[in-house]
Design a protein around this ligand. Structure first.
Ligand code: SIN
Length: 541
């Protein structure tokens, strides 16, 4: 019970700290990096607030120094997943009945802790565990996570305020109930903030969740999990169950209490979740909400009128920041013949200045790819391009896994616009460029629009307004996030709702009210103040 229509503080995006040499924030982060590297953490399961240790364990290492172990984590098996489902169900009545502003306060407090006392700790875990530079960690683990929590409670407030009209003599109300079952959150390695967002977006609206983090981002995700409890999240609202997908999915997706899945990861895993849920439909008490963001084969399209320098910067940042491991990263580009030679020189010049190495050295722009499997995938694609008659390596191409899984930012020129690396997602620092005839702009747009089954992000670089309009129309369904004269990465919560359709996912737009709407199941309540007492209508007379 409360006596007021409370309003959450108006959210503003968290400012990005610069970490310039000599700055206070840089010194403080450097201290935290040393401390994080010096300890080896043991990460248990946490189910209903109880820590559990199992016989099955994994190790988390630094991708840029893979001999260095950061953490040992315990993995859930079927019995622990079943216990987590029970714990989530047990926590549901109290959590969903808590006045909504009390729930909101937990996440506002978590945001504040992350912005202040916990910022370095979560950034350091992200840098070391996921090989992000300080800037990439800051925009993700700090700013985007803080933004998700502050904006999502604001979106929840707007959802609750959404009410129907009432005819005279009646009162219609919409009660935005949480789903009638728990949410399974399966989170990716590449964004700490997505890790934190997938279980908490449903929780803000009164749902309870199971959180299965990626093993390769376990340390930063564990920091967030602990922080949420320091901020007042009650035990059992989110249950922490790292473990193999088969064990977690096998039990959680078979539960009649499954209310929804909030997923970011590969298309094949999401397809398999969709298939399992379809297969299990008869078991469920409701149709589970399936919200997934999967892969991308994101493009940059250049028109002859574009600012060449801006294009080159967009390509370098869009393709190579965080080693090309953002779902949004540019991995194919279409460049008119008239610009290609000059662009090639710009790219070569920029890439020759870019340093790659351990992210603790702040002069490095590029770290290592996440694991050995990714390293081998990039290496194989580069080797195939070297041999192919349809492609040639323009810059980069070196791979070295001795100390860390390092793949040099690589540009491939593909003669065939449907060459393998123009179509296949590699999720690494490999950009493939196809050069088109300036006179065939419309045909080249058509090729870009139809080359990939993904449709996540894309960009057009042009100064000519008609060319921009033509590309915007031709590429309408090729990307859920479309950028004009900007790189296709770096969506900001509240500014660029994020997500794509086709094989890129359900396009439920993280960072916007549209995502939060998936985690409520509204109930309409109609009250008639003076009900009729005669069954006959006037027309019967
Ligand atoms: C992502 O979800 O992988 C990236 C978001 C962005 O860079 O826009």
């Amino acid at each position: 019970m409360n006596y007021g229509a409370f309003r959450v503080p108006t959210p503003v995006n968290e400012p990005v700290q610069g970490y310039a040499p000599g700055s206070k924030e840089r010194a403080s982060l450097e201290r935290e990096l040393q401390a994080t590297a010096a300890r080896e953490v043991e990460i248990p399961l946490v189910i209903g607030g109880r820590e559990l240790r199992t016989k099955s364990q994994g190790r988390a290492v630094m991708p840029h120094a893979h001999g260095h172990v950061l953490a040992t984590y315990h993995q859930a098996g079927p019995a622990e997943v079943a216990a987590a489902v029970e714990a989530a169900e047990a926590a549901r009545p109290a959590w969903s009945a808590l006045p909504w502003e009390e729930r909101a306060a937990v996440f506002l407090r978590a945001a504040e802790l992350l912005a202040t006392t916990h910022r370095d700790r979560v950034n350091a875990a992200t840098m070391l565990g996921q090989s992000k530079t300080c800037h990439q960690a800051e925009i993700d683990a700090a700013c985007e996570m803080i933004d998700f929590w502050r904006f999502n409670v604001h979106f929840a407030e707007r959802i609750y305020a959404e009410q129907p009209l009432s005819a005279p003599g009646t009162w219609n109300r919409l009660e935005h109930r949480p789903l009638d079952g728990f949410v399974l959150a399966i989170t990716p390695f590449n964004f700490t903030s997505i890790g934190g967002n997938l279980p908490t977006a449903p929780a803000i609206l009164g749902n309870t969740a199971l959180w299965k983090p990626a093993s390769t981002s376990i340390l930063s995700n564990w920091e967030l999990f602990q922080l949420l409890h320091q901020a007042g999240l009650p035990a059992g609202v989110i249950n922490w169950i790292p473990g193999p997908g088969s064990a977690v999915g096998g039990v959680a997706l078979a539960s009649p209490r499954l209310g929804g899945v909030h997923f970011t990861g590969s298309t094949s895993t999401f397809n398999s979740i969709q298939g399992t849920v379809a297969h299990n439909l008869e078991r469920y008490g409701q149709y589970p909400r399936l919200v997934g963001e999967t892969g991308g084969k994101d493009f940059v399209f250049a028109h002859a009128s574009c600012d060449l320098r801006a294009l080159a910067v967009g390509l370098v940042r869009g393709a190579f920041e965080y080693q090309g491991q953002k779902c949004s990263a540019a991995s194919r580009a279409y460049v008119p013949k008239s610009l290609w030679k000059k662009l090639q020189r710009e790219l070569e010049a920029m890439l020759s200045e870019i340093r790659m190495g351990d992210v603790r050295d702040f002069s490095n722009f590029v770290g290592a790819v996440i694991d050995e499997a990714s390293f081998k995938k990039q290496q194989a694609a580069i080797a195939a391009a070297r041999k192919s008659k349809d492609a040639r390596i323009v810059c980069g191409g070196a791979c070295d896994a001795q100390v860390g899984w390092f793949v040099q930012p690589t540009v491939i020129e593909a003669l065939d616009p449907r060459y393998a690396t123009m179509c296949t997602e590699l999720f690494g620092p490999v950009l493939t460029v196809h050069v088109y005839d300036d006179r065939r702009y419309a045909q080249a747009l058509e090729t870009a629009a139809t080359t990939s089954s993904y449709a996540l992000t894309g960009a057009i670089f042009a100064d000519d307004r008609a060319a921009i309009a033509q590309a915007t129309t031709a590429l309408r369904y090729a990307a859920g996030n479309f950028y004009v004269n900007d790189k296709p990465t770096g969506a900001i919560v509240g500014q660029q709702p994020f997500g794509g359709s086709r094989l890129s996912g359900t396009n439920d737009k993280a960072g916007s009210i549209l995502n939060l709407l998936r985690w409520v199941s509204p109930r309409t309540i109609k009250e008639t103040f003076v009900p009729p007492r005669d069954w006959r209508y006037p027309f019967l007379g």
